[in-house]
Design a protein. Sequence first.
Lengths: 140, 275
Amino acid sequence: MKKFFIFFEKWKWVLIFTILLIVVIIYKFNNPLDSEYFPRCIFKMTTGYDCPGCGTQRAIFHLLNFDFKDALKENLLFIALFPYILLGATLDFFKIKNKKIIKLKNIIYGNQIFIVIAILILFYWFFRNTTLYHHWIELF
Amino acid sequence: MNRKYYIVLPYQRKGPYNVEELKQFDITPETLIWAFEFNEPQKAKDIPDLKVLLEQTKVSKEDTPPPPPTSENNEIEETKKTVEEEIDIPEAEETKKEKEIIEQKIVEEEKEIEENKLEKQIESKETIEQEKDIQETEEINKGKNVIEENKLGKEAETEKKEEKLEDNVPSTPTMISYKKEDYTEQETYKKTHNDHHWGEKPKDYIVWSILSLFFCWNIVAIASLITGIITNNQYKAGDYETAKKMSKTTLIILLVSWGLTIFSFIIIVIAASQN
């Protein structure tokens, strides 16, 4: 275990970037709709309704091929929250010592905004299963 | 007036007490007190309901002879509390004491950076001088692993530093040498008695839980989001231990959700390959 920790600390960034690269390559050249090798949503398989995460894989595929319209059609909320999540994930990896940045981070990634996002996700979960949403999204 | 108050101590909180019940304890204007209506623990002098209580204690002190000057330890505890409040409350009054505290903090940060540099140097030397310094590297690795395991609490770091202070004399040139002159009395106290710290904010892995909401097994990820919000709330309320526990549970739930995704992915791949 000791050696593993040291190994992980040394090769942390290399590991992360290789995994990211592999994921990007897989999702750039394969449409999840066409092939059978992509994980499927368990909520959709059991109930038949869409969950808030349904369509993210297709959205990533369209994003990597620069089709923003199709990506937005597949999963609206994920594309909207994607920059927010990316920034937070990158900030989590660095140890920040600047006080102003810490204050800003505590505000942006604070409880009040998290609760708003949780309510948004629940609302989106309900709203995307209505026929109104399906009609509305096909207008674009 | 029937509001119930909690007395906030470094690793716990006592309560609930009424205003009359609070008279049992000798509350100074600096003690931190929390109620459900407050977002953060506040000093007793800032709460209007407790003004009567503080005045009574003043009168009682005037009758009795003045207490002996407080020991250094108590002073340090008070200064620590003020330091930790600076992080949360941006607009604090700039008195001379606080300036001194800021200076001390800067000195501490510089020392931490220097120690990190030394540790990195040792890492690079490990590859070259493996045969020579087997024992030393083992000792250093032990310390590192302990730190990695207890990232949330810094108790292990302090233990290691205590040991090194006791050793004191650098046995070989590659070992980190800690001079006694580097540590003033206050700093040694801070590093040995780290239990009295308010503590760093434990990680709420909420960004990761939001990310895992958009992938499969999102029903599990909702639980991690809720526990992450609870950690933040508990830390604000001053209940540090439960905040730590909740942050650990969020990590476990997140790992479970990601493990399930990988497991389901493997099953799908096997099923697809058989068809």
